[in-house]
Design a protein around this ligand. Sequence first.
Ligand SMILES: C[S@@+](CC[C@H](N)C(=O)[O-])C[C@H]1O[C@@H](n2cnc3c(N)ncnc32)[C@H](O)[C@@H]1O
Length: 198
Amino acid sequence: MKQDVTFWENKYQENDIAWDIGNISTPLKTYIDQLTDKDLHILIPGGGNSYEAEYLHQLGFKNVYVVDFSETPLGNIKTRVATFPKEHFIQADFFELHNLHPNLSFEIILEQTFFSAIPPQLRNNYATQTHRLLKSNGKLVGVLFDDALNTDKPPFGGSSEEYISLLKPFYSLAIFEKCYNSIPNRANREVFIKLEKN
Ligand SMILES: C[S@@+](CC[C@H](N)C(=O)[O-])C[C@H]1O[C@@H](n2cnc3c(N)ncnc32)[C@H](O)[C@@H]1O
């Protein structure tokens, strides 16, 4: 079970990207549509082809960052959205971001199929790393699969109960509920989260 850069880069090279819905997902779009402050610092970890970043950029958000360790999807978004600030695409390991860019911190981290991509043994690191990268009033927002899925390869699944016990020490759970507006093939299999940094 090798979940490293080569694993993901090969998936993009072979166009074996079943997770990629080719557009921003409805839950993320609905959340973004009610944001008004275009100066918010927003991070999208494991953003892949980065449709959320593209959407935010089109709406005029100026401080949107993507961190992904795969070169191909970052190349794709750079080509697709030539006006996006190139330095906001960070090709790096999410878990090293604080060391590489110690001055970066965010009001919002947007989660969309990154949590389910990382090996489950890194989930505690995900909780600590998202918490570390957020400003004091920061929020972790997005969708998590509430579905067992795979245990030996991504997407790794889990349950709301597991996620709550993982995240509660770090966040107050402003919203943690069954997602009402998932895309059809994820319906009833996702929770929408809006977690406020403790
Ligand atoms: C399942 S894909 C999701 C991509 C995108 N969020 C989407 O929904 O289309 C997971 C992404 O996370 C990236 N990734 C996995 N582990 C990573 C890590 N430790 N640091 C940075 N990127 C990582 C992969 O390169 C891949 O682009």
